[in-house]
Write a protein that binds this ligand. Structure first.
Ligand code: FES
Ligand code: FES
Length: 183
């Protein structure tokens, strides 16, 4: 059977057998960033975003994704152009074997999409369902807080730049007006 989805911004038709879980279907389609750990919805390794919400894809029948917009970790960024969260995970040392990272990154993205100013407690709650055997959890929390801070700083810099541009346009108009008056 076939299901039509949009994955990481591209329309993709997944060819699946009945009873296939979404995690397997995504991996079979080449999205190997979707990891399978427990296969029972407990570890978060297989988390993907479906229509803006993080879901454990190992317990979701693939057929239920018909017409859905799916984001896997591949859609967040790549080594050349990493997402701010991916970079923060690397910088903080949250990546050891990396098996848990895709799911954790999806959960962290879902948090920052809905809360741009999270507390450590918010991060803990958001990543509660994503188990990590190697790194522990402190570095991961630091990474998400660091990423949130970086996004805020970038936004503030953009606003300052935009304000400066508006001021420059206004100043240009004034100068042009004065020059026109002299004619
Ligand atoms: S593999 Fe899906 S929650 Fe563990
Ligand atoms: S880095 Fe290995 S399980 Fe998390």
């Amino acid at each position: 059977m076939k299901i039509n989805t949009r994955i990481n911004g591209k329309d993709i038709c997944l060819e699946i057998k009945p009873n296939t879980m979404l995690a397997e279907a995504l991996r079979a389609a080449g999205f190997k960033g979707v990891k399978i750990g427990c296969s029972e919805g407990s570890c978060g390794a297989c988390a993907v975003m479906i229509d803006g919400r993080p879901r454990n894809s190992c317990i979701l029948p693939a057929g239920t994704a018909e017409g859905s917009e799916i984001l896997t970790v591949e859609g967040m960024g790549n080594p050349e152009k990493p997402h701010v969260l991916q970079q923060a995970f690397v910088d903080s040392g949250s990546t050891q074997c990396g098996y848990c990272n895709p799911g954790s990154l999806i959960a962290a993205k879902a948090l920052l999409d809905s809360n741009s100013n999270p507390t450590a407690e918010d991060v803990k709650d958001a990543l509660d369902g994503n188990l990590c055997r190697c790194t522990g959890y402190i570095k991961r929390i630091d990474a998400v807080l660091q990423a949130a801070k970086a996004v805020k700083t970038a936004k503030a810099a953009k606003t300052v730049k935009a304000d400066k541009a508006v001021k420059a346009v206004k100043a240009d108009k004034k100068t042009a007006g004065r020059a026109g008056g002299k004619k």
